[in-house]
Design a protein around this ligand. Sequence first.
Ligand SMILES: [Mn+2]
Length: 581
Amino acid sequence: MLAEQHPEAAAELAKAARLPQVLAELLVARGIAQPAAAFAFLNPELALLHDPSLMLGMSAAVVRLEQAIALHQPVLLYGDYDVDGATAVVLLKTAIEMLGGEARFHVPHRLREGYGLQSSVLEEAYAAGVRLVITVDTGMRAFAEAETARKLGLDLIVTDHHLLEAGDAVPHALAILNPNQPGCGYPEKFLCGAAIALKLAQAVLERRDAARTREKTLPSFLKMAAIATIADAVPLRGENRVIATLGLRELRRPAGAGLRALFAAAALDPAAKELTGFDVAFRLAPRINAAGRMDVASEVIELFTTRDAARANELAAKLERLNRERRDTEASALTAIQARLASDVELAADRLLVVDGDGWHRGVIGILASRVVERTAKPAIVVSVEDGVAHGSGRSVDGFPLLDAIESCADLFTRFGGHAFAIGFAMPAENLHELKRRLRLYAEEHLGGREPEHILRIHAELPLDRITPVLAGWLRKLEPLGHGNPEPIFMARRVRLVAAPRIMKERHIRLELAQDAPLLSGSTAGMRGVGWDLAARAAALGLAQGSLVDLAYRIRENDHPDFGGLEVEIAGLRLAEPDGD
Ligand SMILES: [Mn+2]
């Protein structure tokens, strides 16, 4: 499916901003049509970060935090167990300590405590002398816990990016920092939790020394915020793009002991090769998240704050082990799910898949649901049953808001939440049968007649002979790619196979391609292509030397010493229409 094109707007932007036409097309498709906006998008800089004081509640939060530091009151940072929550704790802890204050932290145990603020932790903190609690990446729904804090005489500052419940009510706290709350005029609504913590850190640090903060502290803080921004899948546009781009750039320089140990464990060397959004999302984030999924996330905070290289290596090795454990757990459950779908015809025919298993690790059921959606193109819920309780996590597809489906069964759950694409719930295991029955009817009604389809979005047309190192250099300026800034998928029509496809490991194909341009000079431009898992598709299409195909592809840079250079990774292909004339 070729995305809607705006050739005139793109041509105008290309001319005004002196950009290659295809890059202008990609920018216009992202809603960036003015030269100034294009320049800002392609050249993010520190000056594009917004003033923290634009955030509602910021001045009250800064005054109280400064007071705590001045009075030597320990501050409790209340985090979350994922990358976003843990890096947010690291940022504020570092800032408070830089200002001479004392910061403690609590990161809930995913399985024992679950997500969100707990009154018992507040009570213990008060007893231990804490008078100020700052939540990060959590707290928007902590109405009862905010009440507990108020009764104890504990000041509470909530910093969170999660959306509010219907009704726009916010917990009663000393300050709430969340650009999504009513009355907040902060221009960037899609910050992750760590970026909001960054804004608070920026505000207090700038009051102490604005110049030093801008030049030294902020750039170094952007590293953590960039990792969280990419890992938390907020759209990489606007201020998020500035944070992600500058943070990734900062990561090239030797960072703290923890980051260095983590890079080594993940076989990344940012000094040699600049990190991409992909590196963060698929190599760093899973390792950091493994701690919270399989064990306790508090060690992640120790990893990022320790100066002791030996301890950092030890902690990074532990994350590595937990991540491997996570992958094995996930793989064996996925095999079980696939076997179930293969043998249970009735289940496989369902439009919304609900698969349950005994004792599947609750830390991975969300990932499992995503995998099932990828493979089946159907919304899917994976349920783990343990001690009579069923925990579920679901993921959806375009056009089927999963939270609505779950809300139609609200009476079955002890708790549930989420949004259109992702949900979670808990309920007594004996309700599982009824849940499946109702969801089957609901999906039949809302998805009936619609065939599940894997949709490939193509962003622009680009004949293979227009792929040059110069163009590849321009396209690199779109990095970091990720949520809200997808990797471009191009289309080339009537591409000729110079040789028969070469099969690799029985599954993949290598192609020698030529984009014929007979009308001009009869010259051809050669290009190598690779197609992962496309051997069966190539055989089905009967591809042979001389075949003409239409390709959907991504541009890849192969750094192999012998056959390095630009090549295309094939995302989809079909036989070209026979020539009409
Ligand atoms: Mn978050």
